[in-house]
Ligand binder design. Structure first.
Ligand SMILES: *Cc1c(COP(=O)(O)O)cnc(C)c1O
Length: 392
């Protein structure tokens, strides 16, 4: 078979995406990740990164990474167990365990890999995994890589029904903060159900670590269930410096077994020294609560102003603020108008969110000034008004 017929099909698929306003474009930055960006050659305000605490270009993080480059080299050229573990890898793992209040932690190249490695190591066809319908793609894929029976729940009532199915092991898995809605998983209720039905609880806290809870330990800390959650996964690629890396943290035996059997850990390179050192510096900075305080204050200010301006926001208090439009074209056009006026936001549509629930997901940073927030609200209002005029 020649490529020609496949090519026609693929081009049709791409044309269909464009026609449905579902085609994603990558804008080229020529600046560091920060509250202000240079995008396509222009300075814009940034309201769409996961750089919640402004650590992605923090001088202390950069200095730590530079120092590691000079003293520990550029890359490891090995997986961890052959000759790829430096003392700093172990330091970072123990620092994360201290933050999260767990026995032990294992690093991966990303949280995508962490979630890809955890299920198949712990579960087989005798077991059941109960996963929230809005969980991150990496959880869905990680579950698929295991032989466990899969259940998808939306409500606690559904979860309870599914928990009564017989299985050797039951694992409930949920995002701590759902990335497209900004809502928080009801971990206390989930832990109560887990106790009643003898299940384990796993939380992917990628959008909460460093941000939520008095010490930044995330959703379990915020909701007072740190000692009732069995497994926490998360990323170093968001609030904690934003470079890359992920982890699984929890009971000692679970982490020990992952080091022996988990495929993305065993068969993929160790994190580079500069990333490890930068993440350690980011953890030091995140230990100071002042960035979290500024982040939550900015979020409250922005939410209030947007609601007063008549926008439909998904409720909540989190720095993920979804502005709902419904129609993918509307969301995309408003985002485009805002970008042209110097405020960088991104529209999300199917398949990233359900069909008909297109939105602009605003993400607040501790580094936004009052003026930045005002300019963002003003750009939303101007773009919405221009879009209404266009229609009439
Ligand atoms: C961002 C995110 C991931 C992926 O993290 P990476 O380290 O970039 O692979 C996984 N899970 C959730 C819930 C996320 O928000």
């Amino acid at each position: 078979m020649t490529y020609a017929s496949v090519q026609t099909e693929l081009r049709t698929a791409l044309d269909e995406l464009r026609a449905a306003d579902l085609y994603k474009i990558e804008h080229r930055l020529t600046s560091p990740q920060s509250a202000r960006l240079v995008v396509d050659g222009r300075e814009v305000l940034n309201f769409c990164s996961n750089n919640y605490l402004g650590l992605a270009d923090h001088p202390a993080v950069i200095d730590a990474a530079k120092h590691a480059l000079e003293t520990r080299g550029f890359g490891m050229a090995s997986v961890r167990f052959i000759c790829g573990t430096q003392t700093e890898h172990a330091d970072l793992e123990s620092r994360l365990s201290t933050l999260l209040g767990t026995d032990a932690t294992i690093l991966y190249s990303s949280c995508f890999d962490a979630n890809g490695g955890v299920f198949a190591t712990l579960l087989d066809e005798r077991d059941a995994v109960l996963s929230h319908t809005l969980n991150h793609a990496s959880i869905i894929d990680g579950i698929r890589l295991s032989k466990a029976r899969r259940h998808r729940y939306r409500t606690l009532t559904e979860l309870e029904t599914q928990l009564s199915t017989p299985a050797r092991r039951r694992l409930i898995v949920t995002d701590g903060v759902f990335s497209m809605d900004g809502s928080i998983a009801p971990l206390r209720d989930i832990c109560d159900l887990a106790d009643r039905y003898d299940a384990m609880v796993m939380v992917d806290d990628s959008h909460a670590v460093g941000i939520l809870g008095p010490t930044g330990a995330g959703t379990p800390e915020l909701l007072g269930v740190q000692d009732r959650v069995d497994i926490v996964t998360g990323t170093l690629g968001k609030a904690l410096g934003g470079a890359s890396g992920g982890y699984v943290s929890g009971h000692a035996e679970i982490v020990e077994l992952l080091r022996q059997h988990s495929r993305p850990y065993l068969f993929s390179n160790a994190l580079p020294p500069a990333i490890v050192a930068g993440a350690l510096a980011a953890l030091d900075l995140a230990a100071d609560p002042s960035r979290r305080v500024a982040l939550h204050r900015n979020t409250a200010t922005f939410r209030t102003r947007m609601e007063r301006s008549g926008f439909h926001l998904l409720p909540g208090e989190r720095p993920i603020v979804p502005i709902m439009f419904g129609d993918a074209g509307d969301a995309a056009r408003v985002a485009e108008l805002m970008r042209r006026s110097g405020v960088y936001v991104t529209a999300f549509s199917y398949p990233v969110v359900p069909m008909g629930e297109a939105r602009i997901r605003v993400q607040i940073s501790s580094e936004h000034s009052r003026d930045d927030l005002d300019r963002c609200v003003a750009a939303f209002v101007a773009a919405r008004d221009a879009e209404l005029v266009r229609r009439t």
